[in-house]
Design a protein around this ligand. Structure first.
Ligand SMILES: *[C@@H]1O[C@H](CO)[C@@H](O)[C@H](O)[C@H]1NC(C)=O
Ligand SMILES: *[C@@H]1O[C@H](CO)[C@@H](O)[C@H](O)[C@H]1NC(C)=O
Ligand SMILES: *[C@@H]1O[C@H](CO)[C@@H](O)[C@H](O)[C@H]1NC(C)=O
Length: 509
């Protein structure tokens, strides 16, 4: 029942400034789509992607610093985030952008190595604490609610030397780091996310080509996921027992869920789509949000069986103890959800090689339709109706949890007149509106990714998601609002989707 109580607390906290937002003209036109006045709008960024100042004022090295310095050839434009958007030096300027947008909240992430240069809590970098305190204070002055992510991929390099997320001990060190954050910022930050997209940083980082570049699919990725889930549960329990009362905050975790549609209506394709959903989303959601906890059955069975066929004496997917299952189950006040796009699934060949592989374990062929509109990211096509299906799937699978959309967005090439981005946001918000008001999904708020163009990991600066364009050629790293900034600001301030931008190119049902 405490979830119920804290749901109201969450609403209160996230939306406390919402009350001041203009609700005028709400429901004036029947045709106009409006969100409830308690619904919150925000934008997101992440420390490594915007801060720069990678080696100043006591900050330690992160795995992304190391990786982009050692392997520029692996980054699309061979660039790094040494300077990025220079946000470390632009607290006031960036908060002004947020203020002009009129958003209710700002989702940012805290750099672990800026706070703890060696990753360990015996050495706290006071300048790191100062920087985030200044940011939070500036947000407060502008009546923008801070939503903080503890981990958005920039692991201290020193901890990677110990195996990073594949070493079980890291959960203890993450708890130590979280304690430093809650002790220093708990009085001002009320909405916390432990992790951003474990699927991505475990799969791409330890199973693929993102930092630290493990390339050990079907093995290290599962170890990473296992320790991330343990670390999340441990931090949530600490928060629940020691910090909830004094800070009056709430805590969740952000997972990414691209919708997976069966390629056809055949039973085989439906089964393949279900397995793919469980492997991509259920992997991190089932242990936390399901009634029974633990990994999804389909994943457990497939990886156990494949491990056996490959001659391993034990499963490549680690087992939780009974205590761990209980600790992790229900470790949330709300669900953070990132959603960008949709895929199709059909059955794989069922063949496995001797070398472990997450793809073999899923045993599905994942594609996208040629006719779905493209973005500037190979993986991202515009499919608004997938958003609604995704939310309905979660509602049915996990007893309709409270959801905060922590990311939704699209990349296009540089330019200020970004009508395609406006259309994307508008269409996804229509799908979201239907999920809430027609289907009854409990969604508390929506976050656009991103406030401004930034360092898009292995794609460097080539893919731009910003409402504000960043001029990387200018000394000032000048930020200029795009048409989409004007559009989103209107939505955030009124809570309604304006008629005059509507473009029905995209099917939202
Ligand atoms: C910090 O990194 C920059 C390169 O981004 C380098 O030019 C500079 O010398 C470094 N500063 C220190 C103090 O190491
Ligand atoms: C994105 O845009 C950049 C810059 O124009 C281009 O170099 C890159 O190939 C594009 N990427 C995709 C996936 O379309
Ligand atoms: C850089 O920023 C400063 C201060 O905001 C401003 O006065 C100056 O005109 C800017 N320079 C350029 C080239 O945009």
């Amino acid at each position: 029942m405490y979830h119920y109580i804290y749901f109201h607390c969450l609403i209160h906290i996230i939306l406390i400034f919402r009350v001041q937002a203009t609700v005028k003209e709400r429901n004036e036109l029947d045709s106009k789509l409006c969100f409830h006045s308690s619904f919150a709008f925000g934008v997101a960024t992440a420390s490594f992607q915007i801060e720069g100042a990678w080696n100043v004022s006591g900050k330690g090295e992160s795995i992304w610093d190391r990786y982009t310095h050692e392997h520029p050839e692996r980054v699309f434009d061979h660039k790094n985030a040494d300077v990025a958007d220079g946000s470390y030096y632009k607290v006031k300027e960036d908060v002004q952008l947020l203020s002009q947008l009129g958003v209710n909240f700002y989702r940012f992430s805290i750099s672990w190595p800026r706070i703890l240069p060696d990753g360990l809590s015996n050495n706290v970098n006071e300048d790191g604490i100062r920087y985030y305190k200044e940011l939070i204070e500036e947000l407060r002055k502008n009546k923008i609610t801070p939503v903080a992510t503890m981990y958005h991929w920039d692991l201290p390099q020193s901890l990677q030397e110990l195996g990073g997320w594949t070493n079980p001990i890291i959960a203890d060190y993450f708890v130590d780091y979280a304690r430093v954050l809650l002790d220093n910022f708990g009085d001002t930050v009320k909405v916390w996310l432990t992790f951003n997209e474990p699927l991505t940083f475990c799969e791409n980082g330890y199973g693929g080509d993102d930092a630290p570049g493990g390339r050990s699919s079907g093995f290290e990725d599962y170890m990473c996921g296992h320790n991330v889930l343990r670390a999340h549960g441990m931090v949530y329990r600490m928060f629940d027992q020691k910090y909830r009362k004094i800070t009056k905050g709430v805590m969740g975790i952000t997972n990414v869920f691209p919708w997976i549609e069966p390629a056809t209506t055949s039973r085989e394709d439906q089964k393949a789509a279900d397995a793919a959903r469980q492997f991509m989303f259920g992997w991190y959601a089932n242990p936390i949000f399901s009634q029974q906890g633990d990994y999804p059955q389909v994943m457990r069975k497939a990886v156990d069986a494949n491990s056996k066929r490959q001659g391993f004496p034990r499963s490549r997917l680690p087992y939780f103890t009974a205590e761990e299952v209980e600790m992790i189950r229900g470790s949330f006040d709300f669900m953070g959800l990132n959603h960008y796009t949709t895929y199709l699934a059909a059955p794989g060949s069922g063949k496995i090689s001797t070398k472990p592989s997450y793809q073999d374990d899923i045993n599905a062929i994942i594609t996208q339709k040629d006719e779905w509109p493209k973005s500037n990211s190979t993986w991202l096509r515009v499919v608004p109706w997938g958003f609604r299906r995704c939310l309905n799937w979660i509602k049915n699978a996990y007893n309709n949890p409270k959801i905060l959309i922590t990311e939704n967005g699209v990349s296009f090439e540089a330019g200020l007149h970004d009508t395609k981005r406006v259309n994307y946001i508008d269409a996804y918000l229509r799908a979201l509106h239907a999920a809430i008001y027609k289907d009854g999904c409990h969604v508390l708020g929506y976050t656009y990714w991103s406030l401004m163009d930034n360092f898009e990991w292995m794609r460097g600066y080539s893919e731009r998601f910003g409402l504000y364009q960043v001029d990387y050629e200018s000394q000032n790293l000048t930020r200029t609002p795009r048409l989409s900034a004007k559009y989103f600001s209107n939505v955030a301030k009124t809570g309604c989707l304006p008629d005059d931008y509507t473009d029905y190119t995209y099917n939202t049902d």
